[in-house]
Design a protein around this ligand. Structure first.
Ligand code: 2HG
Ligand code: ZN
Length: 462
């Protein structure tokens, strides 16, 4: 049965590269969540848009579900294939196609790794400013499908702001050309924006026209040590008032401990409970003086206990590693991840309430907090205790997430700030979206994919 379907796929698209080895099925069937057992039918690796269309036509004829697949660095299970799906990997479609110097846009194939896109932009003297630690492994198609955020949202916004056009293959194999690189286009529903963040449930993104911009002026990176949690927002306000911030990231002592035990260098002689990494424009003397004034203001008020500023690119990279290395350093503890957001103004009250909630319900939990404080986005990683089984741990963490979702609903926050809903958070979608809205989301899904063949079970169940 299985073999005949694969033979029919190869017949429908003779040049299409396929993989069926058990090791490949496992590799392409999972993402960074590592929670589900991968069990795809086959991996298809098209090299052209026409091949993607042929795969979708075959999927329609055979009724086989399709999981679009980029770098699979997702943390919400959005790229997991655990039920005999075809994994449609875009990894061979990884090139930059057209650059337009007047429009300042670059057309890229969806499988292009984010880091390669950064380099391609620099080759034209410009930048693509969305950035985060998984840059070497993730792909632009996956970034678009999840509306990825990252460390520079405070300055440049999410992926959504940087996409001028999309080519998308539909569930039935048609090709949509959405927005075609236009800046102004007031001609009805903007399906480009609808596809951004749709987690592979509405169509397969095959190409994107991305906007590029000028490189920022010279910048400095500063690491600050904070004596308590309560002063975090004051420090943020002091720096934001004086400097053009490019990043403002927070992490706890527990997070730093893990990164240090993973090989990073300790930044201070003493241990402090909380840390901030901030990056800001520092191209001239006035900006340097403003940075020192912000730092001294915070020291004078007792909000900051120590600080270090980068004196070279290598030092800046070292400081960044303390923040960007957290996910990798925690991976071996199979952390349960929450990626939540509230308005920046609600951050202090939300943080206090959430800390108390988790501390009261599960005092033995080892919880690692970090995140993009300047965007109101917090990552709460709970590490699995050695003496708790995988199953019990997930049950307990889901209880925490349920409580957290109730708090988020009160704060008008979101259960997923930047990782997507996928499989991990679909049970909590209703804490962020109302019933009428979810009803409309499902109606949109049915309009694009009436048979439910595109990434089924992700985001919500129909
Ligand atoms: C980050 O900000 C990523 O480093 C990953 O969004 C967060 O591992 C996480 O929970
Ligand atoms: Zn993040």
């Amino acid at each position: 049965m299985t073999d005949s379907r694969i033979a029919s796929l190869q017949q429908a698209c003779p040049g299409l590269k396929l993989k069926t080895d058990p090791a490949d099925l496992e590799h392409y069937g999972r993402d960074w969540t590592r929670r589900w057992t991968p069990a795809p039918l086959v991996i298809a690796l098209p090299a052209t848009v026409e091949e993607v269309q042929a795969v979708m036509r075959w999927s329609a004829a055979e009724g086989v579900a399709v999981v679009p697949s980029g770098g699979r660095t997702g943390l919400s299970g959005g790229a997991v294939a655990a039920h005999g799906e075809l994994v449609l990997s875009l990894e061979r479609m990884n090139k930059a196609l057209d650059y337009d110097a007047v429009d300042r846009t670059l057309v890229v194939q969806a499988g292009m790794p984010l880091e390669a896109l950064h380099n391609a932009a620099l080759g034209h003297g410009l930048i693509y400013p969305v950035d985060f630690a998984a840059r070497g492994s993730c792909s632009i198609g996956g970034n678009i499908a999840t509306n990825a955020g990252g460390i520079r949202v405070i300055r440049y916004g999410n992926t959504r702001e940087w996409i001028a056009g999309l080519k998308v293959v539909t569930a039935t194999g048609e090709l949509l050309e959405l927005n075609k690189g236009l800046i102004k286009n007031s001609s009805g529903y903007d399906f480009r924006q609808l596809l951004i963040g749709s987690e592979g449930t509405l169509g397969v993104i095959v190409e994107a026209t991305v906007k590029l911009t000028d490189p920022p002026p010279a910048s400095n990176v500063m690491l600050l040590a904070l004596p308590s949690f309560d002063v975090l927002m004051q420090v943020f306000a002091a720096f934001r008032a004086r400097l053009q911030l490019q990043a403002f990231e927070f992490f706890t002592d527990r997070a730093l401990e893990h990164v240090l035990s993973h090989g990073a260098q300790a930044p201070f002689d003493e241990v402090h409970p909380y840390y901030v990494v901030t990056e800001f424009a520092a191209g001239d003397e006035a900006q340097e003086a403003a940075a020192m004034a912000a730092f001294e203001d915070c020291m004078g008020n007792g909000w900051v206990s120590d600080g270090v500023i980068s004196a070279s690119d290598a030092q800046a990279a070292q400081l960044w590693r303390l923040r960007e290395g957290i996910t990798e350093a925690l991976a071996r503890y199979k952390p349960y991840k929450n990626d939540v957001s509230v308005r920046i103004s609600s951050m202090p009250a939300f943080l206090a309430e959430t800390q108390a909630l988790i501390g009261d319900a599960y005092p033995h939990f080892d919880v690692v907090w970090f995140g993009h404080i300047g965007d109101g986005n917090l990552h709460i990683n709970v590490l699995k205790p050695d003496d708790t089984s995988d199953a019990d741990f997930v049950t307990q963490c889901e209880h925490v997430t349920k409580l957290l979702a109730q708090v988020l609903a009160r704060f008008n926050g979101s259960i997923s700030a930047e990782h997507g809903i996928g499989l991990v958070k679909k049970g909590y979608l209703d804490s962020t979206r109302g019933p009428a809205e979810i009803g409309l989301m499902k109606a949109v899904k049915r309009a694009f994919d009436p048979e439910g063949r595109l990434n089924p079970g992700k985001l919500f169940d129909l």
